[in-house]
Ligand binder design. Structure first.
Ligand SMILES: Cc1ncc(COP(=O)(O)O)c(C=O)c1O
Length: 478
C-alpha cells in the first residue's frame, strides 16, 4: 500500500528554508528536550511545530497534522482560541505576577479556586495551585504526610501506587511511578515509603481469569498489602482513574469504587490523580464522581485546566482535611509553596478556558463525539497486528502484538509504536509512540468529520506498517 501524499497547506506558520535550518541547528546544539536521549537527539531532526489551529498543528515547512496527542494530553479546547489568549494578555498588562504567600492574594487565583471548588465533587472545597501535574502530586504527598502527622498519626507514611502508574517527574513523583521505562539505573529514587501493587490492566490479566475475578484479585492484593504494611502505617493511595502514560489502562468494572472503599475502611486517604482525566477528556470536569462514583479526599489536576495555554496544576482537598489543618495551626505551619503558586496569568488562562468549555458545552460534546471516536478506534481491531484497543472517549491506546491469539508482544527492537507513529506523521497525523503502543489523546473539539479523517489516517498508518514489517521478511504477524 502506498502512503498518500502528505497534506500540505503553506500557511502563515511556515518558516523559510534559512530560518528552518537555523532553528534545527540551534535545537541540536542547545535545546535539551524533555526525556532526552542525548546521542539520538544529536543525530535526529526534531519536528519543529510552528503553529496550531483548532485540532491541527503545522510544521516549519507548512505541513498540516491532525494532532492526535492534544499537545501532550492537554490542548483540550484546541489551538488558536482568542478568548484564552486575550484573557492572559489582559491579565499580564494588569498584573503579571505577585507574591502568593500567606496574607497576599490575586484576583484570578481566588476566583479560580472558587470555581474549581464548585466543579469538584462533594466536600472538596480547598485548592492549592502548583506549576503542573508533577508539582501537584508532589505537594499532595506533602499535604498527606502533614495531615497524618498533625492528627497524631505520624506513622502513617506509606504511599501506595500501582505498577504502570505515572504521577510526574520530580524525584518523589518519579519514585511513585510504576513504569519500568521511566526508571533509570543511573538515578536514585525514594524507596522507603512507597509500595506498589499490580497494574489493573484487564488485557494482561493472568490466563484463565475472568475480568471480575481479576478485579477481586486486585482488591484482595491491595487489602493484603495494607495489612502487611499495617493500616496504621499507610498514609494514602494515589491512583489515576484511567492510567494514562502507562498505556491508557481502564481498570475492571468496580475496581476504582472498591479500592476507594478499602481506603475508607482502613482510614487511608484516597488521592485521585486526574491530571489527564479532569477538564473534559472523559466528558466531565472531574471523572472521579461522575464516572466512577467515588469522592476522593484529594484530586490533583493540571494539563486541561488551561488547555495547555499556560502551565498550571494543583489539587483540591476536602473540608475534613482542612478542618484538621485549621485546628493544628499555628503550632505547625504547612511548609509547601512555589514562587508561581496561583500565578495570575495562568489562573486567568484557566478561568477563560473553563468559561469556554462551559459556553461550548464541551463535556456534552465529548460524551457524544468522544464515544463516536472510541467506536471508530475500536473498529481498527480487525487489523491483524492490533492486539488491544482500549480507553474511553478521547483517551485511547492501540497496542500492537506479533500474535493476537497468544498476545505475544513485538520485540522492542522492532519499535512498532515508533514505526506506526512515523507512518502516521507522513500521512499528516500525529500519534504518540510508547513501546508497542500508540497513545491517542486529541483535542476535545474534534468534529464528526475530523474523527472520520482521524480513523482513516490511523488505519492507513497501521496497514502501511504491517506491510512494511511483512515485507522486511523476518516478521510474522498472525
Ligand atoms: C496522570 C499524570 N500525573 C501527573 C503528570 C505530570 O504532569 P506534568 O508533566 O504537568 O508535571 C502527568 C503527565 O503526563 C500525568 O499524566
Amino acid at each position: 500500500m502506498q502512503i498518500d501524499t502528505v497534506v500540505r497547506s503553506h500557511n502563515r506558520f511556515a518558516l523559510n528554508d534559512e530560518e528552518t535550518a537555523e532553528v534545527s541547528r540551534a535545537d541540536r546544539d542547545h535545546y535539551t528536550h524533555a526525556w532526552p536521549s542525548f546521542r539520538s537527539a544529536a543525530q535526529t531532526e526534531s519536528l519543529v511545530v510552528t503553529g496550531g489551529e483548532g485540532a491541527y498543528v503545522f510544521d516549519a515547512a507548512g505541513r498540516r497534522y491532525l494532532d492526535g496527542m492534544g499537545g501532550l494530553w492537554c490542548v483540550n479546547m484546541g489551538y488558536g482560541r482568542d478568548e484564552i489568549c486575550d484573557a492572559v494578555a489582559e491579565q499580564m498588562r494588569r498584573l503579571p505576577y505577585y507574591n502568593p504567600t500567606d496574607g497576599l492574594a490575586n484576583v484570578p487565583a481566588v476566583r479560580l479556586a472558587e470555581k474549581i471548588a464548585s466543579l469538584a465533587p462533594g466536600e472538596l472545597n480547598h485548592v492549592f495551585f502548583t506549576c503542573g501535574g508533577s508539582t501537584a502530586n508532589d505537594s499532595a504527598v506533602r499535604l498527606v504526610q502533614f495531615y497524618q502527622s498533625v492528627r497524631r498519626k505520624p506513622d502513617k507514611r506509606f504511599i501506595i501506587t500501582r505498577l504502570r502508574a505515572y504521577h510526574g517527574s520530580t524525584i518523589m513523583t518519579a519514585s511513585m511511578g510504576g513504569n519500568p521505562r521511566e526508571r533509570s539505573p543511573h538515578l536514585r529514587y525514594v524507596t522507603d515509603i512507597i509500595r506498589q501493587v499490580s497494574c489493573p490492566n484487564p488485557y494482561r490479566r493472568p490466563d484463565g481469569m475472568s475480568e471480575s475475578e481479576f478485579c477481586d484479585f486486585l482488591v484482595d492484593e491491595l487489602r493484603a498489602t495494607i495489612l502487611e504494611l499495617g493500616p496504621e502505617n499507610v498514609a494514602a493511595l494515589f491512583a489515576e482513574p484511567i492510567l494514562g502514560s502507562g498505556g491508557v489502562i481502564v481498570p475492571p468494572d468496580g475496581y476504582n469504587f472498591r479500592t476507594w472503599q478499602l481506603c475508607k475502611e482502613y482510614d487511608i486517604l484516597y488521592v485521585a490523580d486526574e491530571v489527564i482525566t479532569a477538564f473534559g477528556r472523559l466528558g466531565h470536569f472531574f471523572a472521579s464522581k461522575d464516572m466512577f462514583g467515588i469522592e476522593p479526599d484529594i484530586i490533583t489536576f493540571a494539563k486541561g485546566i488551561t488547555s495547555g495555554y499556560q502551565p498550571l496544576g494543583g489539587f483540591v482537598f476536602s473540608d475534613s482535611i482542612h478542618k484538621v489543618l485549621v485546628e493544628a495551626e499555628p503550632q505547625a505551619p504547612f511548609v509547601n509553596g512555589y514562587t508561581y503558586t496561583g500565578h495570575p496569568a495562568a489562573c486567568a488562562a484557566a478561568l477563560a478556558n473553563i468559561a469556554l468549555m462551559e459556553r461550548e458545552d464541551i463535556c456534552t460534546h465529548v460524551r457524544s463525539e468522544g464515544l463516536y471516536f472510541e467506536k471508530k478506534m475500536r473498529e481498527l481491531a480487525d487489523l491483524p497486528m492490533v492486539g488491544d484497543i482500549r480507553g474511553s472517549h478521547f483517551m485511547i491506546c492501540i497496542e500492537s502484538v506479533q500474535d493476537r491469539s497468544t498476545k505475544e508482544p513485538f520485540s522492542s527492537s522492532v519499535g512498532v509504536g515508533d514505526l506506526i507513529a512515523r507512518n502516521a506523521g507522513q500521512l499528516g497525523l500525529i500519534v504518540r509512540p510508547l513501546g508497542s503502543m500508540n497513545i491517542i489523546s486529541p483535542p476535545l473539539v474534534l468534529s464528526h468529520s475530523q474523527i472520520d479523517e482521524f480513523a482513516r489516517l490511523m488505519r492507513e498508518a497501521i496497514v502501511v506498517t504491517q506491510d512494511q514489517l511483512i515485507a522486511s521478511g523476518d516478521r510474522r504477524i498472525t
